[in-house]
Structure formats: C-alpha cells, structure tokens
Design a protein around this ligand. Structure first.
Ligand code: UDP
Length: 248
C-alpha cells in the first residue's frame, strides 16, 4: 500500500488544534519521507494537556499549526475525535520516537537527543545504540540550562549535524524551543518527545499493559511523580471544553 506523505495526511481539529488521523505506520512513513529533504519539519504529539494549554497560549497554538503534523497522542484526544465520529487509535510519542530511531539506523540519519535531567539523554542514547547498533548519535545534551546559555545550546546542536533532533523538555517548552530555533538547528525533522528519554534510560517505568488498557496511565504517572497532578488536572477541563464544543 502506498503511504501518504505528511502534506496529504487527513486532519481533524480538536479544540482548534490540527491532529493527523494516522496509524503508527503512516506516521513513521511520513516522517521517513520528511527526513529525505533538507526542509526543517516539526512533528508534535498532541495530548489533552497540550491542546488545553494551546487554548490560552498563542505561541503553543502557532507551534501546532506550523508542524508538518501532530499525532493523536493521548486517550483524551482519541476520545475527543470519537465525539466527531472519528474512530482513531492512539499514536504514542515514545513508541513513534523509537520507531524513528529504527528508521534512522536503517537509513543512516544521525540523531541528537536534547532534554531531561543531566546524564539521562546519554544513558538513553547508550541503550538505544545497543538496541539499534547502526544508529549514529550526533550528540546529547540535558534539558537544564540558564537562559543566557541558550545560544550555546543551539550552536552545539547545529554543529552536530543531526538529521533528526528529539527534544524532551516537556510541553510547551519543547514546542517553543523548536519553533524559536527551527531555522538555526540544521535538522530535517524534529519532534517533541516529553518523557521518552526517562523511559529509554530505564529510570521511569511505563505503565503496565493492563493499566494502559484501562486507560489509566494518567493515574500511574501521578503515583510515580506527584508533581504530575497539575498536568492531570487539565484533563477534566479539556473534557468539559470538548463536550461544550460537540454540542454546537
Ligand atoms: N525537562 C527538561 N528541562 C526542563 C523541564 C523538563 O529537560 O526545564 C524534562 C524532564 O526532565 C522530562 C521531560 O522534560 O524528561 C518532560 O517529561 P514529561 O513526562 O513531563 O513530558 P510531557 O508530560 O510533557 O510529555
């Protein structure tokens, strides 16, 4: 079957934010195409929190609108699409990002990991290189820097010559960083990957399959990290907005 390119993917808006109606395979294949050209394309994972935040954050909204496409990353977004009569499966960022590493290993694209606490990006990279021995790491850098160091961070990534840059700074910082420096970073494709390096490094356990099946990953995350409560608190607000919008 011929897979569609990023420009022809079907899109639906959830609270005004475009979400691509893609399968995991179609998302991987579209990004594989984007990696073949020099144009700096962005891919974001649209989850309920991000879409909720974008209602009040014009810069985040512009980032989602500028992206080549945004994946339906969370159960909340899949549910919101269901309210529009769309039967969509989740395309989770951490799984998509790992599949992209397999593509990069196969097609010879160097990759840069930016983000997470000191040492984590490197640990994640070491584990991924073990899993995909042909993977070329262009570099790694943690996600904690002072604002006056930002130009140095950008220069380091640009000098590394990565085709794919994965940015794990959390929503909305990763989206804003990529928008602000898109032209200088020198990538062909870049993606916001949230907590993926924490998972790949082995420091954070993903929810067991049963919890994923019960759609209770949010509960798992809060139990592991109570700071996540503010993220979870946006879920009912997102749901209320979707319900209000679906009545009009
Ligand atoms: N992070 C970072 N710099 C910051 C704030 C956060 O590198 O200033 C990292 C954090 O260590 C974690 C990731 O960003 O690895 C965010 O993960 P989270 O699971 O919160 O992402 P989200 O829920 O937004 O997908």
């Amino acid at each position: 079957m011929v897979q569609p390119g990023a420009e022809t993917l079907p899109i639906r808006k959830v609270l005004g934010i475009p979400v691509a109606l893609v399968s995991m395979d179609q998302a991987v294949s579209a990004i594989r195409q984007l990696l073949k050209t020099e144009n700096p394309d962005l891919i974001f994972t649209a989850d309920s929190q991000g879409i909720y935040l974008a209602q009040k954050d014009p810069d985040l909204k512009v980032a989602y609108e500028t992206a080549a496409f945004n994946t339906p990353d969370s159960n909340g977004v899949v549910w919101a699409l269901g309210k529009q009569g769309v039967n969509q499966k989740r395309v989770t960022g951490v799984d998509l990002a790992e599949k992209l590493l397999a593509v990069c290993a196969e097609d010879g694209h160097p990759v840069f990991f930016l983000g997470a606490a000191p040492g984590i990006a490197r640990e994640a990279a070491e584990r991924m290189v073990k899993r995909y021995p042909n993977l070329k790491m262009a570099g790694c850098r943690d996600g904690f820097w002072a604002s006056e160091e930002e130009s140095e961070v950008v220069a380091e990534i640009a000098a590394a010559g990565a085709h794919l840059v994965l940015v794990a700074l959390g929503i909305p910082r990763q989206e804003k960083f990529l928008m602000a420096h898109r032209e200088q970073l020198g990538f062909r494709a870049a993606m916001g990957v949230g907590g993926s390096f924490d998972v790949w490094s082995g420091r954070v356990k993903r929810a067991p399959k049963i919890i994923q099946a019960l759609r209770a990953e949010w509960l798992w995350r809060v139990l592991l990290n109570p700071k996540k409560i503010s993220k979870v608190a946006t879920l009912p607000r997102f749901a209320i907005r979707v319900l209000k919008a679906s009545r009009h």
